[in-house]
Design a protein around this ligand. Structure first.
Ligand code: PGA
Length: 250
């Protein structure tokens, strides 16, 4: 049985004092959950969060990284840098990065490899636009993204990777994919992985849903056969609301 992994994506929100207050309120609320809980926070909050989650069951992730270990890349942060301070996860290829910062399937692939190299666990985002969905090419788009993201990734690395299926039209819009739709697309992703790595391996991969997840819809989504938790944006900014999402089955 796959575990459920619920990750918050704070995006470009929260100052350090707000992050510290959040963890103070949030940690006791989720301390007994059997699910994995991750907070993906802005770079400037990483260190504060890492200090403040000590002794809790919360894990910390970053929201992006560069694929080179070091060098003349002004403004960038490498996987090695993240790993060196104790970061465990990193979101890679979020649609906002693809859309506003020109990330491509190729850079996503390089970043995944680089993250794995330094021992970070990537949360790899894939998802279709509204236009692609309306054209009926969702499956094609998603499987193509998965194929390119996983190019050259070894079977032994699969267990370190989380995939987040996030339909772009559902992000921050209040529109959620139906649980059946989300589950079906995630099954397609798993099928694609099975073709490449074998059914057993594919069955072990954690695949989350993301896009307007909130406490009122988390349960129905996360109880679907192939949805292994969620990547949560807006609703992860409030400790109580996010704790209810983590505890969707209590
Ligand atoms: P949302 O964002 O929950 O605010 O829709 C999800 C995401 O972008 O990861």
């Amino acid at each position: 049985m796959r575990k459920k992994v619920i990750a918050g994506n704070w995006k470009m929100n929260m100052l350090p004092n707000e992050a510290i207050n959040f963890i103070e309120e949030f940690a006791p609320l989720v301390k007994d959950t059997k699910h994995e809980v991750i907070l993906c926070v802005p770079y400037t909050n990483l260190f504060y969060c890492l200090l403040n989650i000590q002794g809790t069951n919360i894990k910390i992730g970053a929201q992006n990284m560069h694929w080179e270990e070091s060098g003349a890349y002004t403004g960038e942060v490498s996987g090695q840098m993240l790993k060196s301070i104790g970061v465990e996860y990193v979101i890679i290829g979020h649609s906002e990065r693809r859309q506003y910062f020109a990330e491509t399937d190729e850079t996503v692939n390089k970043k995944i490899k680089s993250a794995l190299n330094v021992g970070l666990k990537p949360i790899v985002c894939v998802g279709e636009t509204l236009e692609q969905r309306e054209k009926g090419i969702t499956e094609q788009v998603i499987t193509n993204q998965v194929e390119k993201a996983f190019e050259g990734i070894e079977t032994t690395d699969l267990e370190k990777i989380i995939i987040a299926y996030e339909p772009i039209w559902a992000i921050g819009t209040g529109k959620t994919a139906t649980k059946e739709d989300a589950n079906n697309t995630i099954m397609q992703i798993r099928k694609k992985l099975a073709e490449k790595y074998g059914q057993n391996e594919a069955n072990g991969v954690i695949i989350q849903y993301g896009g307007s997840v909130k406490s009122s819809n988390a349960k129905e989504l996360f109880e679907m056969s192939d949805i292994d938790g969620g990547l949560v944006g807006g609703a992860s900014l409030k400790a109580e609301e996010f704790s209810k999402i983590v505890k969707f089955d209590e």
